[in-house]
Design a protein. Structure first.
Length: 220
């Protein structure tokens, strides 16, 4: 949610309003399903290793989108020439709110429903939706005022997503990261890791030199 709020700072009035409205509508439209949940059922979901592993995959994809946005936006801010594909990808990643934002909103709605017994569920849902819409809009404005430097906000967003990637994968595997210690070395796996690193480094160097030569040719 913090990453999403930071991302809203790159939107204007219309962009913030549209994305905040999408979040509000999501909360208002899923109230019936949220009201039918129970803490026992949610706890059971969190104990399912398969579901947690699927969640870790979604989290990885989500982080990939956000990091891609950070890289492209850094190029845009620095004034580096960007091709048509890069500009389209920047526009897409700017408007994608994040895959895990909606489960977070759903979880928040469930907690609010549990915390306010005896009140009409639909009233709770739409009240929460209105509060979220206004809150997102105001928080985005506050963050932009507190951090007017775009590069600082971008760095903070990148660091948040790196932290999410590290902690999220550990949390979502539900304890399956534990392994019995061993003194043997999987040489084939180790060689494969070094091979992938070498291939990635070589590909990055080739792409960098190609981009540099292309830029020099344009300047000439």
């Amino acid at each position: 949610m913090l990453g999403f709020i930071l991302k809203l700072t790159w939107h204007g009035l219309i962009g913030r309003s549209v994305l905040a409205l999408v979040c509000a509508l999501f909360i208002g439209l899923v109230w019936e399903y949220a009201a039918g949940q129970s803490k026992t059922q949610i706890a059971a979901w969190l104990q399912e290793p398969e579901l947690m592993l699927d969640t870790s995959v979604l989290l990885t994809v989500d982080v990939f989108f956000q990091v891609t946005f950070c890289i492209l936006m850094a190029r845009f801010i620095s004034g580096e020439p960007m091709g048509r594909t890069a500009r389209i990808l920047l526009a897409v990643t700017t408007w994608v709110p994040g895959l895990l934002l909606f489960p977070v909103l759903f979880s928040m709605l469930v907690e609010v429903v549990f915390a306010l017994p005896g009140i009409d569920f639909e009233l709770i849902a739409w009240g929460t939706a209105a509060a979220v819409m206004i809150g997102l809009f105001l928080l985005a404005w506050v963050f932009k005022e507190l951090l007017p430097e775009e590069d600082m906000r971008l760095e903070l967003l990148a660091l948040i997503n790196m932290l999410i990637a590290i902690l999220g994968v550990i949390a979502t595997v539900n304890g399956r990261t534990a392994a019995v210690g061993t003194n043997s070395v999987e040489w084939a796996a180790l060689a494969a890791v070094f091979g992938l690193l070498a291939i990635g480094a070589a590909a990055g160097l080739i792409i960098y030199r190609y981009s540099t030569n292309k830029l020099i040719s344009k300047l000439k």
